[in-house]
Design a protein around this ligand. Sequence first.
Ligand code: ADP
Ligand code: MG
Length: 397
Amino acid sequence: MARRVRTVRDLDVWERRVLVRVDYNVPLKDGRVLDDTRIRASVDTIHWLLDQRARVILCTHLGRPKGQVREELRLGPVAAALSAIVGRSVRYVRDIIGPEAQEMARRLQPGEIGLLENVRFDPREEQNDPEFAAALAALAERYVNDAFGAAHRAHASVVGVAKQLPSAAGFLMEREVQALQRVLESVEQPFVVVLGGAKISDKIGVIENLLPRADALLLGGGMANTFLRAQGLETGRSLVEEDKVDEARRLLVAAAQRGVRVELPVDVVVAPALSAVNERRVVAVTAIPPEQAVYDIGPETVQRYASVIREARLLVWNGPMGVYEVPEFREGTRGVAEAVAACAGFTLVGGGDSVAALQELELADRVSHLSTGGGATLEFLEGRELPGVAILMEESR
Ligand code: ADP
Ligand code: MG
């Protein structure tokens, strides 16, 4: 039986107090929100709840205050940004579970929004302390989790409180789980997996989990260097994980045994240093100069990868193809991103830098699903059960 998360549609929220865990971990500067994407992403769920005349109590973390009150990480600026976006006043309290928070929750009327203080100001949040979770739960009658980016954390506001109240996923969480499940179940073929990024050690779990179902694996980024080395090629000063060369060889053998088509770069962009952009040039992977490093995949590789990507019915991509932060080394990532954007199949792109690269290239809205979970997305792709998702699964309650 297919597992699915319970959603807000399954929850009776009429005029109820609903605690909503959101991910408002936004960048702040000079008391203002620099990028409100995450706040905007939550309004579908909030509006739906307000339409049900719910009393919405929002809870988020911001930054890493490590269990202490940090003035610069208070949620005042977030409350102001949220209020402007939803066009209503937001009752923000500088308190999480204490008397001020309780008073706010008690007074909140149907259709009103409250916002609790940064939940990580209390050390018991990250400890998943049962009493802290109980105090959070006592503020409301229902719990909704729309913070996919925190779903891999077994924290009080993610897991503890969900055990104590009738709970469900918000729309953002639901979309993430559905899209990622679709990739893991991979019934559509060809299923193409594109992996890049800095280090193979971050991605071994993803490769191992997707290999049994993948038809093709296209590798780029720094991690491809370790695979090139596993094939006996010279990689100069490129980023290579020496202690993972055997692991790379093992993965290549495992892929071959399963009949998975593995593509490594055939040409690369090299330079003497990251800053020496004007000295960059394209070379064959068999001719990487000893004093230079690989910073991007080359144009022929992009062509080859694009032709595989074009045929995909299902595609997942994590990890930029090169050092995309430097415009001169962004072309490989751009070429792959354009191919993914043009692919008619279901395309999922995830990972912090991958999402940033796609946004930078203005192609973020051209993929079927942009998974913004960062670490949560990667853990999901590794096949790990995320505690914040598991607790919302239909059969778990
Ligand atoms: P994501 O956050 O999407 O999971 P990663 O964090 O694994 O992606 O990888 C992104 C990082 O990989 C970027 O900072 C990028 O500069 C780096 N990177 C990509 N290609 C190379 C390369 N050839 N050499 C060094 N670093 C690279
Ligand atoms: Mg990253």
